[in-house]
Write a protein that binds this ligand. Structure first.
Ligand SMILES: Nc1nc2c(c(=O)[nH]1)N[C@H]1C(S)=C(S)[C@@H](COP(=O)(O)OP(=O)(O)OC[C@H]3O[C@@H](n4cnc5c(=O)[nH]c(N)nc54)[C@H](O)[C@@H]3O)O[C@H]1N2
Ligand SMILES: Nc1nc2c(c(=O)[nH]1)N[C@H]1C(S)=C(S)[C@@H](COP(=O)(O)OP(=O)(O)OC[C@H]3O[C@@H](n4cnc5c(=O)[nH]c(N)nc54)[C@H](O)[C@@H]3O)O[C@H]1N2
Ligand SMILES: [Mo]
Length: 772
């Protein structure tokens, strides 16, 4: 039994560290950790989250699967579940894994298991499932992320890294003290800096911007949303998806007004001349001038010309938010942003150059640790088959078909079993009607989650996990200076278990538990990981017990960094990991792939989903499916902070008053948002700070089909991924393109259907007794 006494304990989530009051097995209140001056509002989702009605209370198996066996997928997503014991679950799951491996091989298991899961180095669900599947003999895996699908491929090719663009980004302190002009493509959305992968103990961005402005620093924001920058800025609201055209126009002014730094381009870059032919229109007869760009982006040519001159005259950082690459041809924006910064010649100078993701995550601008972090070894995957992460529906729908990726010609494997722990494809993947059809293909879908997400409801075998609040762990994030002990706040809810315990039991059943557990309990693993890590450090840290008692350990950081300063100081001893060792404005490798959707230099390509294209005649509003301010993705959507943001129980959609008026829609109305892929309901919030013809509907409302048996059912709750196109950035990266989609909006006049997203499915005991 959980102690009824209130207790105060500190721990951490991806969105911040906190002290919680715990009573009767749940959190009753939270306060941010001392020293966090700008805590994330998402902390408000924690109270009540442990015993929330959407928790999975016991192992469960889909009735159709239990009765008819693997492959009987017709009712998947609409079926009842049967509660089973842990022993039965272990037996069933072990037998099914054995069957798939025996008849189809390990490559028939898809174990990419993309998703954020929770903070904590040991119980990190994706690390656990990968370690387990590697012990089993391997699995088809996924590469890159939904966050940075395009960046993860293009930037290593043109600047030799993508990780270091964030980890070793120019520090906020350097920006505060040296930068004069921050030109932000995609704004600097402080709502996003609440979050950091692995957790975070401080949020300095807001205060840094305040100090920056006090010193005279100016912010120019290109974004369809005014509030993507908090506080004073010059706001340009372009047609969404046209940033590359804008950057080209700025580059054009630099090139034609002798403002480009030719020395920098000659010393540190390769291929500028090839690019300049494109820029000036030497070969195609189309100069990428401000007048040319103005017709595409809807901004005034004179403003672009004036800004380019200002940028050349000031210490300037060009920063590109991650959202700009989560769209068709997403490779181009970060590549072109880098090219523009290179033309300014300030890369590697304090307060000048390039940034990627200020305002996308807490990490950019924070000093990196001078050391590594404790880490659970995942072993080796004997299977070499992989997919780019956002190709999951393509893979399930097109087994055996070839596809291009980053210069390779690959083939989709034939997947029989999908294994997910710590992620939610119904949150992260595009075109949910297509995803639901794709998930109808494999024989078996296994999901571990603490909550009945739509993905859990579409599984055959459902494994109830603990949350990070119900187990011991230690934190660790590469740009956060504090390692935190994460004590168990309360006992595991109902019949839930740590993923580690589930995999340990399965390993035992499958005969490799010694390899998986190495004979350690979870607590022994924490001690082991901590000790292994501390033995490799070149400074002293306390013994584990002392660290655990103290609850926090401050680690040394590398302060005052400027991105690529080393390279600027000495390009021969700090060669970039590109073929030329230099910044590749023209990449011979990419050019050699011959892709028609990604040339050898950055270029403007017309998007498919944009207001300037033919599709806009039918769907005249550009929907931005950005990150939610009130939560992390779909996590704790049932919590108070997330629920407070809803309108009539639906996810809020922001729109300009003129667009609402034209549709007879007012503040607080429920609307149907639709296109030819799907539809959802959402609750209207009017905001003149949204560009006309743009609407904004964040991701994260749990998918809630009006009729679960209909793959094309409308989502009554407001998940934008019923609308987004499941198409990749290009043949190069095949990244996620979910940030942008064209839609139409109309008043919803039918009776409002109830939101059932957070209700568990019907669960029966084997005797037929309905327990819901
Ligand atoms: N349209 C559109 N779609 C997008 C985006 C967009 O901009 N537009 N953004 C994309 C981006 S950048 C991302 S990163 C993805 C995010 O997509 P995901 O990372 O898949 O989303 P989350 O809701 O964080 O899913 C994590 C799941 O892990 C579960 N979990 C938490 N702790 C544990 C645990 O200990 N064990 C287990 N087994 N499970 C646990 C949570 O309950 C939750 O269901 O979404 C992408 N999707
Ligand atoms: N509160 C909160 N913070 C988060 C997350 C969360 O779920 N909740 N998720 C985290 C994760 S996993 C990631 S990857 C990052 C993602 O970081 P981003 O991808 O940068 O975040 P978004 O909120 O999708 O987009 C930021 C802003 O870019 C603007 N924008 C979109 N398209 C365009 C465009 O075409 N042109 C211009 N100029 N602007 C555009 C939008 O107005 C949007 O508000 O956020 C992280 N931070
Ligand atoms: Mo992300």
């Amino acid at each position: 039994m959980a102690p009824a006494e209130p207790r105060a304990l500190s721990s951490l989530t991806h969105w911040g560290a906190f002290t919680a009051t715990v009573e009767a097995g749940d959190i009753t209140s939270v306060s941010p950790l001392d020293g966090d001056t700008d805590p994330s509002p998402a902390l408000g989702n924690l109270p009540g989250s442990i015993r929330h009605r959407s928790r999975i209370t016991s192992p469960a198996v889909r009735r159709g699967w239990l009765e008819a066996g693997p492959g009987h997928t017709d009712r998947r997503g609409a079926d009842e579940f049967v509660a089973v014991s842990w022993d039965e679950l272990t037996e069933l799951l072990a037998a099914e894994l054995r069957r798939v491996v025996q008849y189809h091989g390990n490559g028939a298991i898809y174990g990419g298991s993309y998703g954020w899961a929770s903070a904590g180095r040991f119980h990190h669900a994706q690390s656990q499932v990968h370690r387990f599947l590697n012990c089993l003999g391997g699995h088809t895996f996924s590469r890159h992320s939904y966050s940075l699908g395009a960046t993860g491929v293009i930037m290593p090719r043109v600047v030799g890294t993508h990780d270091d663009l964030f980890k070793r980004s120019t520090a906020w302190d350097v920006i505060v003290n040296h930068t004069e002009l921050l030109v932000c493509f995609g704004g600097l959305a402080l709502k996003n800096t609440g979050v950091n992968h692995g957790g975070t103990t401080a949020h300095p961005a807001r205060e840094a911007l305040h100090r920056f402005r006090k010193r005279g620093g100016r912010v120019v924001s290109f974004s369809p949303l005014r509030d993507d920058v908090d506080g004073p800025c010059v706001w340009h609201a372009p047609v969404p998806g046209t940033d590359v055209a804008i950057m080209l126009a700025l580059a054009y002014v630099l090139a034609t007004e002798s403002l480009a730094d030719r020395d920098f381009l000659a010393t540190y870059c390769t291929g500028y001349e090839r690019f300049e032919r494109y820029l000036l229109g030497t070969d195609d007869g189309v100069p990428k001038s401000p007048r040319w760009a103005a017709r595409i982006c809807g901004l005034a040519a004179a403003d672009l010309t004036a800004l380019a001159r200002e940028m050349a005259a000031a210490r300037t950082i060009v920063t590109v938010s991650w959202s700009l690459q989560r769209t068709r041809h997403g490779e181009q924006a970060p590549w072109m942003g880098l090219t523009l910064a290179a033309m300014l010649g300030q890369i590697g100078l304090p307060g000048g150059g390039f940034g990627h993701g200020y305002g996308s995550m807490n990490e950019p601008g924070l000093p990196p640790l001078r050391c590594g972090l404790p880490r659970l070894p995942q072993g080796v995957n004997p299977v070499s088959t992989f997919i780019p992460v956002a190709a999951v529906s393509d893979m399930l729908l097109h087994p055996g078909e070839p596809f291009d990726y980053n210069g390779l010609r690959l083939r989709y494997p034939d997947i029989k079993l999908v294994y997910w722990a710590g992620g939610n494809p119904f949150h992260h993947h595009q075109n949910i009607p297509r995803l639901r059809r794709a998930l109808g293909r494999p024989d078996t879908v296994v999901v571990h989650d603490p909550y009945w997400t739509a993905m859990a409801k579409h599984a055959d075998i459902v494994v109830p996990s603990t949350t990070s609040l119900e187990r011991e762990d230690l934190s660790g994030s590469r740009n956060d200076p504090v390692l935190m002990a994460m004590p168990k706040l309360t006992e595991p809810y109902a019949d839930s278990r740590d993923d580690y315990q589930t995999f340990a039991a399965l390993s035992r059943r499958l005969g490799f538990d010694h390899q998986f557990t190495e004979g350690r309990t979870a607590r022994q693993w924490l001690v082991h990981l901590y000790e292994k890590w501390s033995a490799e450090l070149d400074f002293e840290v306390p013994e584990f017990d002392e660290f655990w008692r103290a609850g926090q350990l401050r680690l040394p950081t590398e302060d005052g960094l400027t991105l690529l300063a080393d390279f600027r100081a000495d390009p021969s001893s700090h060669r970039l990991a590109t073929p030329s060792g230099l910044i590749e404005i023209f990449s011979c490798a990419i050019d050699g792939f011959g892709y028609d959707d990604c040339a050898g230099h950055p270029a403007w390509y017309e998007p498919t989903e944009w207001l300037g294209g033919p599709r806009a005649a039918r769907y005249p509003l550009h929907l931005l499916a950005n990150q939610p301010a009130s939560r992390l993705h779909g996590q704790l959507d049932g919590g108070a902070a997330s629920q407070k943001s809803k309108v009539s129980g639906r996810e809020p959609i922001r729109m300009h008053p003129s667009d609402a008026r034209a549709r007879g829609v007012g503040n607080g109305d429920v609307v149907r948002v639709f296109n030819d892929r799907g539809a959802c309901l959402a609750g209207v919030v009017l905001d003149a700070g949204v560009r006309p013809a743009v609407v904004q509907l964040s991701t994260g409302a749990w998918f809630d089909p009006l009729d679960p048996a209909d793959p094309d059912a409308m989502c009554v709750h407001g998940n934008p991924n019923v609308l987004t196109d499941d198409v990749s950035t290009s043949s190069l990266a095949r990244g996620c393109t979910g940030a942008h989609v064209l839609v139409q909006v109309e008043r919803f006049t039918d009776a409002l259907p109830p939101v059932r997203a957070h209700e568990p499915p019907v669960i029966r005991r084997p005797l037929g007794q309905n327990v819901v």
